[in-house]
Design a protein around this ligand. Structure first.
Ligand code: DX5
Ligand code: ZN
Length: 216
């Protein structure tokens, strides 16, 4: 499986988004992870489609948009128009899951479904055939900089056993150490916010993340 590193812009300097995006590009990031929060699905509010649209104009990397919002179906058009390449939404959201997946694909984006820590991974199984990725949250969604929840590893193993070809993304508390356990469990797409942006050398950190995930 291809290993991909997706820095979360939530940990970046919001006053210098263009420079931060360029930093990710030159540091070897494979995608850009954008955390959208509505203050309802999670107790925090971040950015929306207009900001993502502006960011897309100055960055050539694929945009990996993570919707932590109650009604994703209502906003798929906006995020597709903003330049999202992959749209992840939560199985725990209020929108109809299958309709939301279909809408994402009709809009020309790749569809991905996420589970919060307390949600059984089996809830995504019925939709796997129409998904290109599943995102296993390894912290409670809402904030960057939290500690990795090791108890999520069995979910990743179960998912990988069931779907050998699917992209499996992990998000929350991923650093140069925790990435080893996630990769061993079967994840191949890694979100890293604080690990990349709090590092003195994002390029060295991304290189080490890739190495520790199994790619030289
Ligand atoms: C949390 C977000 C994450 C977060 C990751 O709800 O979905 O993407 O920014 O940040 P770190 O890597 O710092 O845990
Ligand atoms: Zn995220």
């Amino acid at each position: 499986m291809d290993i991909k590193i997706s820095p979360s812009m939530l940990a970046s300097d919001f006053a210098n988004l263009e420079a931060e995006l360029k930093k990710c590009e030159s540091a070897g990031a494979d995608m850009i992870h954008l955390d959208v929060m509505d203050g309802c699905f999670v107790p925090n509010i971040t950015i929306g489609a207009p900001v993502i649209k502006a960011m897309k104009k100055v960055c050539a990397l694929p945009f990996d948009v993570h919707l932590m919002i109650e009604n994703p179906l209502e906003y798929i058009d906006d995020f597709a128009d903003a330049g999202a390449d992959i749209i992840t939404f939560h199985v725990e959201s209020k929108s109809d899951t299958q309709k939301t997946i279909e809408k994402i694909k009709v809009c020309g984006c790749k569809a991905s479904l996420s589970v919060k820590p307390d949600t059984d991974i089996k809830t995504v199984f019925p939709y796997a055939g129409s998904l290109s990725m599943v995102l296993v949250m390894t912290v409670e969604p809402g904030f960057g900089g939290q500690s990795f929840m090791r108890g999520m590893l069995p979910k990743i193993e179960r998912l990988r056993a069931e779907f050998p070809e699917m992209d499996i993304e992990v998000d929350g508390g991923i650093n140069t150490e925790t990435i080893k356990e996630c990769a061993a469990a079967g994840a191949n797409v890694f979100v890293a916010g604080s690990a990349v942006f709090n590092s003195k050398s994002p390029a060295q950190t991304i290189a080490l993340l890739k190495k520790n995930a199994g790619k030289i």
